[in-house]
Design a protein around this ligand. Sequence first.
Ligand SMILES: Cc1ncc(COP(=O)(O)O)c(C=O)c1O
Length: 487
Amino acid sequence: VNSVVRPIETRAAGPKSLLVSLTNEDGELPVHERLYRRIRLLIQSGAIPRGGRLASSRSLARHLGISRNSVLAAVDRLVADGWLESRPGSGVFVSYAGALVGGTAGIPRRSCGKPLALGTRPLDLFPAKLWKQLQSRRWDSIPRQALQLGDALGWPPLREAIATHVALFRGLKCNPNEVIVTTSVPAAIDLAVRALELTGADVWVEDPSYHASKRALQNCGVRMIPIPTDAEGLDVGFAEREAPNARAALVTPACQFPTCVSMSNQRRKTLSRWASDKKAWILEDDYDWQSSDQKRLPAPLAASNASRTIYIDSFNSTLFPALRIAYMICPLDVIDRFAAVRLGLDEHSNVPNQLILTDFIEGGHLDHHIKRLAAAYPERREALLECLERELCDVLTVHRRTIGTHVVASLHTQRESEFVSACAAEGVAMEAMGFYRIRSVTQQEILFGYAGFSPKEIQDAVATIRRAAMSLDRSRGGRMSDGAKQP
Ligand SMILES: Cc1ncc(COP(=O)(O)O)c(C=O)c1O
């Protein structure tokens, strides 16, 4: 028994057979159960690749010092549950693609704040002085109750303020008792998966999609089924064929992350019908709706299918990432399950901050702030688009989309990972689309964050990118000129 995490490839058990090790975790459990869990975790994390062949039961039993029956019990169950596939005459193979880039090494943190990094919010627009005033006013006469342990579902006046806010901005009418305050979108997903008992179930996830949300699903033992997205969002038809028995779908319909497309009406209808017919759940992450023209923004799925949708939105994106306040809206008939599970997790979100946020919303400051963002985004987006088209049109083609807080561009010839590394070495932190994908594709696309940067910062960053692209091109024997190209 040791704690090696990675599978061991061995030739002793045939070419490229995978051996695994047991750990001391779950030490109380029967050995076949421990082995089952261990292999499942390695597959889920991507540490054992899809198509990999497991070492024979005999080799595994010998390697682990356990009985062959225990190995067979674990493997049979993994086959029955669809993690492994038995091919008579050839062996047992991994039939599920672990979802995360980086495998068990974890997810690299974003470089928020560095030029063109995704997730960098326009903090220059956040009214910090006003927040400070609200904060000191609150702390002058803070109710004692706010310093005790709080309500698992959130500070009641904040839940009311949120219900009014979503009705006004998103046309989503709900009862304040349906609102749950959480710390983040991934925390809301984690809570939903546990409360709705989705562990072990198939869940459709958009491919590409946000790492932290996938990690939340993965941590809860969900079987993620990657579903491609296109110009209409999640390909629901593909999903229904690929995993007809899925019990939930995690989607970003307002602004698909990271492709920045809004889900088409047709797909919305099909997804909603699927959820109703199959009694499945839609986990709707209403990400970046603030970046869209309010007049053209469709209502969330939760507005038309409240009984099958868990709606999730985050103040961390709207206000400032360090706030750690997000919320979800759930049907009343499941809310008690959510409260019970929450008490077993982190109990509740920071209460004094919930009070300040309540005052911020009730004072009309959130409305103002969202309007400020809506005015600033198109201006900043245009500054980046214009700069990229002027300076890098011989290297990439930008996709002129009107939503999202980053810009997507296709590279003409360079590889996205090399391109991103070359720019990162010069201090520019845009990202590769592949970073967010589960399944690899041939397109080479780059994501440039713009929301938190001034036109001057954008201009300087793009000039740096041009230099990096040029030296990359020259190192490959290309002849890119150092002057900016005109289209
Ligand atoms: C798709 C998506 N959802 C939600 C979030 C925000 O989540 P959080 O509440 O953790 O800030 C992000 C941040 O980048 C995101 O990309």
